[in-house]
Design a protein around this ligand. Structure first.
Ligand code: KIV
Ligand code: NA
Length: 264
C-alpha cells in the first residue's frame, strides 16, 4: 500500500486485522511513526496541552493547528493524516464545520478530519462527507466537553452503555469512516465494535476495538507526571533527553566540547 486510505481501515476491520494510530504534531515524530508502520497519524487538538502548554484542549485555535498539520502531511508518506477540529470551530453549524474542515484540507493537505460528538453532530458529519471530506468521529469521553461531562471520567457505564452504542450508530449513519471511543468500558466498546461496520479506535476502551490510539508524549515518556490508567509507557524519552542535555551542559562547562574534531 502506497498510502493508507479510509477504505483500507475498513478492510482491515473486515479481516480482523488491528491497526494503530498515534498523535503527531511535527516532522521527526511523524516521519518516525510513518516509518514504523503506524497506519494513522492524528494531529490532535491535544497539541493544546502537548505543544502549546495549555492545561486543556479548549484554547487551541485553527490557526495554531494548521502549520502542525502541514508539517505532518509533508512528513508522512504512508500514514493517513487526520486533523482534529478544535473546540468552537465546528459545533455552531454544519456550514461552520465545512469551512473549518476545508481550511485543513486546502492549507494543510489533511486527508481527513476528526470531530467530537454523537447524534448532535450528525448534520456536521453529513455535510462534510457529502462535501468530499472524510470524517472520523470521537465519542465516549470527549475532552472538549469536559465541563459538561463533569470532568475526566469513564462514559457509558451501566445504563449509559446504550447511549454510547446509539452515538456510534448515529456517526456511522451520518457517514463517518471511523469512530474513536475514549474511556468507555471494554465490554461496551467491544459491543459497539461488533454493532457497526466502520472501524472503532479505542483510547481507554479495551482490546475489543479495531484499532488503538495514544498520545505519543504519554506513551513514549516525553511527558512525565500523572498518566491516565489507559497509558502504557513504551519508552522514557524524558530521561534520554534530560541526560543528553545534562551531558552537553557538563561538556561545555568543562571545556571538553567542542573537541578538535568539531573544530574548523
Ligand atoms: O487530541 C487527541 O490527541 C485525541 C486522541 C487522544 C484521540 O483526540
Ligand atoms: Na482530540
Amino acid at each position: 500500500i502506497k498510502r493508507i486510505r479510509t477504505h483500507h481501515l475498513r478492510e482491515m476491520k473486515e479481516r480482523g486485522e488491528k491497526f494503530s494510530m498515534l498523535t503527531a504534531y511535527e516532522q521527526y515524530a511523524a516521519q518516525t511513526f510513518d516509518e514504523a508502520g503506524i497506519e494513522v497519524l492524528l494531529v490532535g487538538d491535544s497539541a493544546s496541552n502537548n505543544v502549546f502548554a495549555n492545561e486543556t484542549s479548549l484554547p487551541v485555535t485553527v490557526d495554531e493547528l494548521i502549520p502542525l498539520v502541514r508539517a505532518v502531511t509533508r512528513s508522512a508518506h504512508r500514514a493517513l493524516v487526520v486533523a482534529d477540529l478544535p473546540f468552537g470551530s465546528y459545533q455552531a453549524s454544519p456550514e461552520q464545520a465545512y469551512l473549518t474542515a476545508v481550511r485543513f484540507m486546502k492549507e494543510a493537505n489533511a486527508h481527513a478530519v476528526k470531530l467530537e460528538g454523537g447524534a448532535e453532530m450528525a448534520p456536521q458529519v453529513r455535510k462534510l462527507t457529502e462535501g468530499g471530506i472524510p470524517v472520523m468521529a470521537h465519542i465516549g469521553f470527549t475532552p472538549q466537553s469536559e465541563h459538561n461531562l463533569g470532568g475526566y471520567r469513564v462514559q457509558g457505564r451501566g445504563d449509559a452503555a446504550s447511549h454510547v452504542i446509539a452515538q456510534a450508530k448515529a456517526m456511522e449513519q451520518a457517514g463517518a469512516f471511523a469512530v474513536v471511543m475514549e474511556m468507555v468500558p471494554g465490554d461496551v466498546a467491544a459491543e459497539v465494535t461488533a454493532a457497526i461496520g466502520i472501524p472503532t479506535i479505542g483510547i481507554g476502551a479495551g482490546v475489543g476495538c479495531d484499532g488503538q490510539v495514544l498520545v505519543w508524549q504519554d506513551a513514549f515518556g516525553l511527558r512525565t507526571g500523572r498518566m491516565a490508567k489507559f497509558v502504557k509507557q513504551y519508552a522514557d524519552l524524558h530521561g534520554v533527553l534530560l541526560k543528553a542535555a545534562q551531558d552537553y551542559a557538563a561538556d561545555v562547562k568543562a571545556g571538553t566540547f567542542p573537541a578538535e574534531e568539531h573544530t574548523f
